[in-house]
Write a protein that binds this ligand. Structure first.
Ligand code: FAD
Length: 403
């Protein structure tokens, strides 16, 4: 791998820098908690990027993206992060998970209607997969879709739906046939979140934020024209979405060791700077090395994507390593800070962000697949080890659910 920009990449980096210098909103004040930018600021920034051709860099130009290369996406991410521009957290699920799925499985009419406003941030998307009794075992979804007239009627409940309270549309996984084994009776639909019968209830988290929600679906009508792919093809579509999700989580959240290095420079152990302590240095070096490994793994996966290959099961590695790193690094920083971590005014400048990361990281370790499930994926699909025991695999869903 060559780590220098090529001439073309250098031109793109200069373009991105000039655009960001001129247009990026000011970074959050030192001492502000990370979590998320308010929706209107984030939306205005997304539109500005779309107007300049920097939104949806990897998505095709005819759908409103840039039709750019993986390296352009990586370069823009680097430069955008460097100026502290607002994170695209409100659009991440739409851009990273829903748009690639729509582009792969939807009709040209569905693509033309939905992808351009998604890229501009005019319409926000969510992913309605998990249910109270099916998270890891997603194929056991109980939300039903029954055929009626020109469409479908949905009844059931979803949970942990990130961003549902702001969303205009969601990709919904529902059971259209209970008489076949669980993986075969699922279908994906585009749900208009403003439809009658959709009720969204935010869930309060330990951080004080409400990023995710319960979503109740009571006799909600979806026209058949909003079905994605074929009836019964839902599991294949869901698997593709999960791969994109693990990649998205890795690309966006990859935690930086920089704030922790700053904390180590600003705190003391036994009267000497913590950063001079051998044990602290050893940990910083390990987390820095892991960061480089993840960065190159992400580049490898994105290169495969740019060559038209599906993101493979190895994307699971990124999330396993990064989510645990975030939790360990934030916890270590808070140990170094001690009670000063609670002093927003006089403590180390990175402390509020690290407290935010410490409270959010347990969720990141679960969302998009728990660590145990991702280890199963790597064991079975990357290493070829014997599969998990799945007793209900070949039984009709309704018969298994009745047991
Ligand atoms: C921050 C966050 C955001 C989320 N956003 C969304 C979203 O936008 N849309 C959405 O649909 N869902 C979302 N989720 C839900 C998420 O996908 C599920 O929480 C996750 O898949 C786990 O499912 P569960 O909560 O039902 O836990 P369970 O599946 O009940 O798992 C409980 C425990 O059992 C373990 N376990 C289960 N099965 C196995 C097995 N076969 N082998 C070994 N261990 C196993 C798990 O690892 C876990 O420790 C989000 C979750 C979080 C935390």
């Amino acid at each position: 791998m060559d780590f220098e920009d090529t001439a073309e990449e250098g031109v793109f980096r200069a373009l991105a820098r000039a655009f960001l210098k001129e247009n990026a909103p000011p970074p959050p004040e030192a001492g502000a908690a990370i979590v998320s930018t308010d929706l209107e600021t984030a939306r205005a920034w997304q539109r500005a990027k779309a107007d300049a051709g920097f939104a949806g860099i990897l998505l095709p130009a005819e759908a409103g993206g840039r039709g750019g290369t993986v390296m352009e996406q990586i370069i823009f991410d680097q430069e955008e992060r460097a100026v502290g521009a607002p994170s695209d957290v409100h659009f991440m699920i739409g851009l990273g998970i829903c748009a690639p799925t729509i582009l792969q499985f939807a009709t040209p009419e569905q693509i033309a209607r939905h992808v351009p406003p998604l890229i501009r941030g005019d319409e926000i998307w969510c992913q309605l997969f998990s249910e109270p009794s099916s998270g890891s075992d997603l194929a056991a979804a109980r939300t039903r879709a029954r055929r009626e007239g020109d469409g479908w009627v949905i009844k059931g409940q979803k949970i942990w739906t990130s961003g549902a309270q702001h969303s205009d549309f969601g990709l919904l996984l529902a059971r259209t046939d209970g008489s076949v084994p669980k993986h075969m009776g699922l279908t994906v639909f585009i749900l208009d979140m403003k439809s009658p019968g959709v009720e969204v209830r935010p869930i309060k988290q330990i951080s004080g934020a409400s990023h995710f929600n319960e979503v109740f679906l009571d006799e909600v009508h979806i026209p058949d024209a909003r079905r994605i792919g074929k009836v019964g093809q839902g599991w294949k579509i869901a698997l593709g979405m999960l791969m994109n999700e693990r990649l998205t989580v890795g690309r966006v959240f990859s935690p930086d060791v920089g704030p922790l290095i700053r904390v180590a420079a600003q705190t003391e152990i036994n009267g000497a700077p913590a950063i001079d302590n051998a044990m602290v240095r050893e940990r910083l070096a390990r987390w820095y090395s892991e960061q480089q490994g993840i960065r190159h793994t992400v580049s490898r996966v994105m290169t495969a994507l740019s060559k038209g290959r599906d993101p493979g099961p190895e994307t699971s590695i990124i999330k396993i390593i990064d989510a645990a790193r975030e939790y360990e690094m934030a916890g270590f920083a808070l140990d170094l800070l001690g009670p000063a971590a609670l002093d927003r005014a006089g403590g180390a400048d990175a402390a509020p962000a690290l407290i935010g990361a410490f409270l959010e990281a347990p969720g990141t370790r679960i969302g998009g697949g728990t660590e145990e499930i991702l280890l199963n994926v790597i064991a079975e699909r990357v290493l070829g080890l014997p599969g998990d025991i799945r007793v209900d695999k070949d039984i009709p869903f309704d018969a298994a659910a009745a047991r």
